[in-house]
Design a protein around this ligand. Structure first.
Ligand code: SF4
Ligand code: SF4
Length: 272
């Protein structure tokens, strides 16, 4: 009888969710703000976007040049709202991550991002050597954030995003971890626990700043870190698919350059 039901189950329609049809993320996410080529009020006389940005992530350098720090950007959309000339658009582009913090600071001249080659540190190269084919395991430290990044880290392991299929696992102890992921601006009470977790880990290891608060402090001042992070992931919080892509880029199993992709993206928008 048991055998009969097992055969029957092969032909029964599945009752679980069809993940191919599920929209896992909001297709209308604002993403990072990007300036366009429209003429209008001189930015030097206006500076409304600079004033309204809650994290001081915008600098108007001249009438032609505007700088966005995407490591400080919460993707809140306030700057686009503040611009009466529609010179800033919410791009929908959300893959704001790099192994080089400077790459997230983008200067646009006449709406075109200036060229920049990301620097890859010796530690990142060493980390890639040992994790490219095997993946890595990380311990997460909630460092004074609002837990939104932790919620997305949890989601990265669900059946939709399936982090382990990309060879990235969470472990309970830093003793077993290759990488330390922290989220939040690292308040003074979390500086020592973060340092202890880092010191407990075996070499070779990587430090990952996950989310805008971890990269720059966001609305707060960034606390003391054990070292310069090896990967900076912008977004408040970053989406699970963005985190997994960034992890794969860190381990070298996926090629990516934030600056190149941003330039292509801006070029593509110009044509439309
Ligand atoms: S709000 Fe618009 S016009 Fe004003 S400085 Fe910013 S981009 Fe320029
Ligand atoms: S934090 Fe908000 S206001 Fe500041 S650059 Fe980002 S989207 Fe614009």
């Amino acid at each position: 009888m048991k055998f009969f039901y097992e055969v029957l189950n092969i032909f029964r329609p599945a009752k679980n969710m069809d993940f191919k049809k599920v929209q896992p993320t909001n297709p209308n996410a604002r993403g990072i703000p990007v300036p366009n080529f429209k003429k209008g009020t001189s930015c030097l006389e206006c500076k409304a976007c600079e004033k309204v940005c809650p994290t001081k992530g915008i600098e108007i350098v001249s009438a032609k040049e505007i700088v966005f720090d995407y490591g400080a950007c919460l993707q809140c959309g306030l700057c686009a709202e503040a611009c009466g000339d529609d010179k800033i658009e919410n791009s929908g582009f959300i893959h704001a991550y790099s192994v080089d913090r400077k790459a997230l600071v983008v200067s646009y001249v006449d709406g075109i991002p200036t060229e920049y080659s990301e620097n890859v540190s010796e530690n990142v190269n060493a980390f890639r050597k040992i994790t490219r084919n095997t993946g890595f395991q990380y311990r997460e430290v909630a460092a004074s954030g609002n837990n939104s990044t932790e919620a997305e880290i949890n989601a990265s392991f669900n059946a939709v995003f399936d982090s382990e299929a990309s060879m990235v696992r969470v472990v309970a102890s830093p003793k077993h971890a290759d990488a330390l992921v922290y989220a939040g601006p690292v308040g003074s009470n979390m500086e020592v626990p973060l340092q202890i977790a880092w010191d407990t880990m075996p070499e070779t290891k990587a430090l990952i700043a996950c989310g805008t608060e971890a990269v720059s402090g966001g609305l707060f001042e960034l606390g003391k870190l054990p070292k310069e992070p090896d990967l900076f992931i912008g977004g408040d919080p970053p989406r699970p698919d963005v985190m997994i892509s960034a992890f794969r880029y860190l381990m070298g199993s996926r090629k990516y350059s934030f600056r190149e992709e941003l330039s292509k993206f801006v070029e593509g928008r110009k044509k439309h």
